[in-house]
Write a protein that binds this ligand. Structure first.
Ligand code: ADP
Ligand code: MG
Length: 693
């Protein structure tokens, strides 16, 4: 057999099962099937004695012996087969609840069987329920360590078990198909990897756990290496292909702002990222940069200063935000900061009236508008710029790659793009997830910030919390109280919010309470936000619409109801709404008392750290990288079979370095046809490796 042999040639796989395997696992050939890797291993290397069974928690083990009694008990659907099995050292009760009658018929008292299962002690007698049942001959096929394979719903429904998959793997491997090496020889050597052939054999039936580990390592490396090769190559090609504006000078606007309007000294991190952006803007290649910085790290000022560079070089700039509230806030803070410069700055959102919209359109095309700030409205087809040089996208996870591309189409030369996000993800991961973006990080908060004190509290503590809140309000501070989106059900959500609001308004009747939620009319939302921002309302009861952007430095308390329903990154974003002023701020996570282990752990991590990177990593460990905001729209379909972008960061780093070195030496991989073929098979939708020769 060969790797490219169709699966129907494997014993036990007919056209129906072949079709099923294709549908469920995407496997059409022996090679495809062998790339369905086990997630853990069962140990069938030893046979235990019944006399040696002990302890409360036995693992799955093998026993060898004969059946000395078997009888059907119970009636109808309740019928079960109860047997006695002995290996000469003791007797164990073996029970089947399903297919009891047919199993009874098949049992032969003269045959030696091998059982595999997890023994339990029941009424001081050992019992084995539904073990795997083999004759000595068939047990031979499963000897040693055996992979446990992930199964899809579809496979399960059609009765395909992990054991069945393993049998096919063994049959395929026993036919000794030639397994060529795909990785360049020097990379295999330099990274101490198993050969591909060794690894494919060892991953399905390793001699021991160390061998299994080495096989996993090799296959993870290989997978991450392909991923990195593809991404790096894509990024390099894009850079080479896309010409960009050359912003060679720092001019009037930047300098005047720096000298006259700077509200404060830049932090070291702000200075560094501005330098990184500046030097990108000067290369003649289009910049595509991701700016990561925790909430409150001062990304807006970076955006403004770099937009001034674009204007100094004769182009227009555009800042796009995901929500109307956020766009408005950017518009206000940027207008306030840059007011003295005499720039023409305009806000464009879905609710901008027609007459104003027309004015904006004409000022954009005649070039008199310098900075356009807005929501999705700015990428509508009828919005045209005279000379768009620079686009800043805030909270990009809501904008996909396709939307970014639409912006580029608005200009003859693609504008430089800065994507800002407060969702911190580890650097290597960012490079993978956002593929073609370079990464800048603001890892320093402006001076004088006190870390927010975070505590976890339950309903029984409610009175105490409200007392503390009352003291803060009396001291002149303001507070947020946030309710989660419940069950995606707008009615329930509003009801809970309304109940919460009524309750709070009643308890704190001396203070004005505002309320916002996602389904309010924009004008009403705006009015409520304004009440809170101006300080007239002391409490803002809200859903997560306040998550991004809202900036009220006087707010020092954030109470999050049903905190267990939120992801860590989201909690972190919410918490970022407080701690913006000079006062000590508090974040109170309210939750149910009986929490799952994971939920409790998550909330405890929240109380233990304010470091967004640590939280992001924890979030990914708990929820998997598939859930990281942004990955779905990142334009890369990352579908890993064995590696984890989170747990395998060290391997990811090694693979990345190896991929960079290889592409430095051979940018088109001309000397590696096998590698090119593999890449085109894996990534045919992102780029055509097969065409490169
Ligand atoms: P984010 O990165 O979350 O968008 P902002 O840009 O909204 O953060 O900045 C948060 C707050 O910090 C704002 O009130 C802003 O004026 C202030 N700020 C920004 N940079 C500095 C700095 N270098 N020194 C002091 N305060 C700053
Ligand atoms: Mg911001």
């Amino acid at each position: 057999m060969e790797l490219k042999t169709a699966l129907t040639y494997l014993k036990g796989i007919g056209p129906n099962r072949a079709a099923l395997l294709k549908k469920e696992l995407g496997a059409e050939t022996v090679g495809d099937l062998l790339e369905h890797y086990p997630t853990s291993f069962l140990d069938r290397s030893q046979v235990y004695k019944i006399a040696d069974l002990h302890g409360a928690e036995m693992p799955q083990i093998q026993l060898r012996g004969r059946f000395i009694a078997a009888s059907l008990q119970g009636e109808g659907a309740r019928t079960r087969l109860v047997t006695a099995f002995t290996d000469g050292t003791g007797v164990i009760e073996v029970v089947w609840f399903r297919q009891a009658a047919s199993i009874q018929k098949s049992l032969n008292p003269d045959v030696t069987y091998v059982l595999f299962g997890k023994p339990t002690e029941f009424n001081r007698r050992w019992q084995l329920v539904h073990p795997e049942l083999d004759t000595e001959a068939s047990a031979e096929k499963h000897r040693g360590l055996r992979g446990v394979y992930p199964l899809t719903e579809g496979l399960r429904n059609r009765g395909i078990t992990s054991r069945q998959l393993h049998t096919w793997m063994v049959t395929a491997l026993d036919s000794n198909p030639p397994i060529p090496e795909i990785l360049p020889e020097q990379i295999v050597r330099a990274n101490g990897l198993m050969s591909r052939a060794e690894a494919l054999h060892a991953i399905h039936r390793p001699a021991n756990m160390i061998e299994a580990q080495r096989a996993r390592h090799r296959l993870k490396f290989e997978e991450l290496f392909y991923l990195q090769l593809n991404i790096i190559r894509y990024g390099r090609n894009r850079k080479a292909a896309l010409k960009g504006h050359v912003f060679s000078k720092i001019g009037h606007y930047f300098n005047s702002f720096y000298e006259r309007c700077m509200p404060f000294e830049l932090t070291g991190a702000q200075k560094r990222v501005i330098r990184e952006i500046r030097s990108d803007m000067n290369t003649g290649r289009q910049m595509n940069r991701l700016l990561q910085g925790d909430v409150g790290s001062g990304k807006t000022l970076v955006a403004l200063l770099t937009m001034l560079i674009a204007i100094d070089n004769g182009t227009q700039a555009c800042l796009m935000a995901p929500t109307e509230i956020l766009a408005t806030q950017h518009y206000e803070s940027i207008s306030a900061m840059a007011g003295e410069l005499g720039l023409n700055i305009k806000l464009l959102t879905g609710s901008t009236p027609k007459s104003r919209r027309d004015e904006i359109h004409s000022q954009l095309t005649d070039g008199s508008l310098n900075i356009l700030i807005g929501t999705h409205a700015v990428i509508e087809d009828n919005v045209r710029f005279a000379r768009l040089g620079y686009v800043v996208i805030d909270e990009q996870h809501r904008f996909g790659v396709a939307q970014r591309a639409r912006l580029w189409q608005k200009a003859e030369i693609a504008p430089h793009v800065l994507v800002m996000t407060a969702t911190p993800i580890p650097r290597t991961l960012a490079m993978t997830v956002y593929g073609d973006l370079d990464v800048s990080i603001i890892d320093e908060l402006p001076p004088g910030r006190k870390p927010v004190t975070t505590v976890l509290r339950y309903d029984v503590n409610r009175q105490q919390i409200y007392n503390a809140l009352h003291r803060q309000l009396l001291a002149g501070r303001q507070a947020y109280i946030v309710y989660p989106l419940i069950d995606e059900n707008p009615k329930l959500e509003l009801r809970d919010l309304q109940t919460g609001y009524d309750n709070i308004a009643h308890l704190f009747s001396d203070f004005k309470v505002a309320m916002v939620h996602g389904r309010m009319k924009p004008s009403e939302k705006e009015r409520q936000m304004q009440l809170f921002a101006s300080g007239e309302a002391k409490i803002l009861v809200a859903t997560t619409v306040i998550e991004v952007g809202v900036n009220v430095p006087n707010a020092s308390v954030m109470i999050i109801e049903n905190a267990e329903r939120f992801g860590l990154s989201q909690l972190h974003q919410l918490r970022g709404r407080v701690g913006r002023g000079a006062d000590q701020s508090y974040c109170i996570l309210m939750s149910r008392q009986n929490l799952s282990h994971d939920s409790r752990h998550r909330l405890q991590v929240m109380t233990a750290t304010t470091d967004g990177f640590i939280l992001a990593e924890e979030d990914m460990k708990l929820r998997g990288p598939g859930d990281i905001e942004g990955t779905a729209q990142s334009g890369l379909h990352i579908n890993l079979k064995i590696a984890s972008l989170v747990a395998d960061t060290p391997i990811l780093q090694q693979a990345r370095t190896a991929a960079e070195q290889l592409l430095d030496a051979d940018p088109q991989l001309a000397s590696y046809p096998g590698l090119r073929l593999t890449l085109s098979r894996l990534f045919d939708r992102t780029m055509d490796w097969a065409r490169i020769s």
